[in-house]
Design a protein around this ligand. Structure first.
Ligand SMILES: Cc1ncc(COP(=O)(O)O)c(C=O)c1O
Length: 429
């Protein structure tokens, strides 16, 4: 049955849209943090459809909110009419964004959210020059690919923007490797000044950065970096865009947004993935005077539609009412500690990193820094065999990524941890 579906998939889908696993699976049902495949096998899900099923599967509060909206008969109206659910969600997001006098524009995906942020920033500054970060991922449109610093995801060199690149926060490889936090920040600031002086015409529109690089394998620079960079950006009037598509809504445990670890507020913030818990919902938030810099009509047919925003309201209420940020911090710490203890015995693990429920393991050839994608795949498959779904990533495909639902319990964390530890041991043997 699954084989048949795989053959049909291959016959009709492009090969550049990859699927996981030697024997791909079809998920046919889900509940809480578990999913069941078409063969009847149940897995604990530590990837949540790429950090998107943020509060788990089959959540009654979300289902009922969506069903209530469906029963009204209005699935779509367009933003030419008032949409109560959309306005309510915008009010809530403006309140939690940390941005003063915020305006919110809804889109269907993170890519579109970043496009909208770039549209605003480049219009406000009347400049198409943008600073981006190596090892980043921001989406799949031309502009989003243009600011994506990751070869595996860069399908085109066509770019409407003039992009200059800053170093990633990689602490293992490259010129910033193994620098102490303060030295790393000093070097990054010096790099920014040099890039501005040597690669740009000065009037740069914005810097776009992920607080923790998602697709890049959860690489992150020291806390405080954004604030140090923003001091320089402010000297030139350059805007800061924080891409919170993976880091938002309390996932990092210590904060509600990734940017808050840096002691600075961005001019624009983009969000997607988790807020819809699977319904297509994304957007950009910014200060009014920044967001108003669009000199023509712009709207999104499906962005912020009644169904997705009904879901979004229910999801955000759930996250706040259940203080899932605190759960991410508590349960994430159990995982991080357990993984670090296991990794200390395993020379194939170069680093266990991340924050809250956004954790990664980087694999290398024993005792070296040479990326080992093959061993990563072995661990990945062994996790599946043990009943655990995780993700992969990193510039060299040698990073296991975990972004379980923020509702993950302590028992589920320990259960997943045991499977991971066994999988690493079996791949190392
Ligand atoms: C940080 C980040 N930004 C943007 C995107 C693009 O979002 P979407 O796939 O919803 O267009 C992603 C998707 O993985 C992402 O991780």
């Amino acid at each position: 049955m699954t084989d048949d579906l795989l053959a049909r998939h291959k016959a009709v889908m492009p090969t550049w849209m990859p699927i996981y696993y030697q024997e791909p699976i079809e998920l046919v049902s889900g509940s809480g943090c578990r999913v069941t495949d078409a063969a009847g096998r149940t897995y604990l899900d530590f990837f949540g459809g790429v950090l998107t099923n943020m509060i788990g599967y089959d959540v009654p509060e979300v289902r009922e909110a969506v069903e209530r909206q469906l029963r009204t008969g209005v699935v779509h109206s367009s933003t030419l009419y008032l949409i109560r659910q959309q306005i309510e969600l915008a009010e809530k997001i403006a309140r939690v964004s940390g941005i003063e006098d915020a305006r919110v524009f809804f889109t269907n995906s993170g890519t579109e959210a970043n496009e909208a942020a770039l549209l605003v920033a480049t219009n406000l500054r009347r400049s198409n020059q943008v600073l981006a970060v190596r090892n980043s991922y921001h989406g799949r449109s031309y502009a989003a690919i243009g600011i994506t610093g990751h070869r595996s995801w860069s399908a085109s060199s066509l770019n409407p923007l003039q992009v200059s690149w800053l170093h990633s926060g990689d602490r293992l490889r490259g010129v910033m490797a193994r620098l102490a936090d303060g030295d790393h920040i000093d070097a990054a600031v010096e790099d920014l000044r040099e890039v501005l002086a040597t690669q740009t015409a000065g009037d740069v529109a914005c810097l776009i950065a992920e607080p923790i690089q998602g697709v890049g394998g959860f690489v992150h620079a020291p806390d405080g970096l954004f604030a140090a960079l923003k001091k320089v950006l402010d000297e030139h009037g350059i805007l800061l865009i924080s891409d919170e598509v993976q880091t938002g809504w309390g996932r990092t445990g210590e904060h509600f947004w990734g940017y808050q670890a840096h002691g600075v507020t961005p001019d624009l913030l983009t969000f997607a993935k988790g807020i819809g818990n699977g319904f297509a919902l994304a957007g950009v938030v910014g200060r009014a005077e920044v967001m108003e810099a669009v000199p023509a009509i712009s709207f999104s047919t499906f962005g912020g539609n009644p169904i997705s925003t009904a879901a979004g309201n229910a999801v955000l209420d759930y996250v706040l009412d259940h203080n899932l940020q605190a759960n991410a911090q508590r349960v994430g710490a159990i995982l991080l500690e357990g993984l670090r203890a296991a990794a200390a015995q395993q020379p194939i693990v170069a680093e266990v990193r991340g924050k809250g429920l956004m954790l990664a393991i980087e694999f290398v050839r024993s005792g070296t820094l040479e990326p080992d994608a093959a061993v990563t795949t072995r661990v990945f498959e062994a996790c599946k065999a043990g009943g655990l779904l995780v993700g992969k990533g990193g510039l060299y495909g040698n990073v296991l990524r975990m972004g379980p639902p923020l509702t993950l319990s302590e028992e589920e964390a320990r259960e997943g941890l045991a499977i991971l530890v066994d999988a690493i041991a079996s791949a190392a043997a």
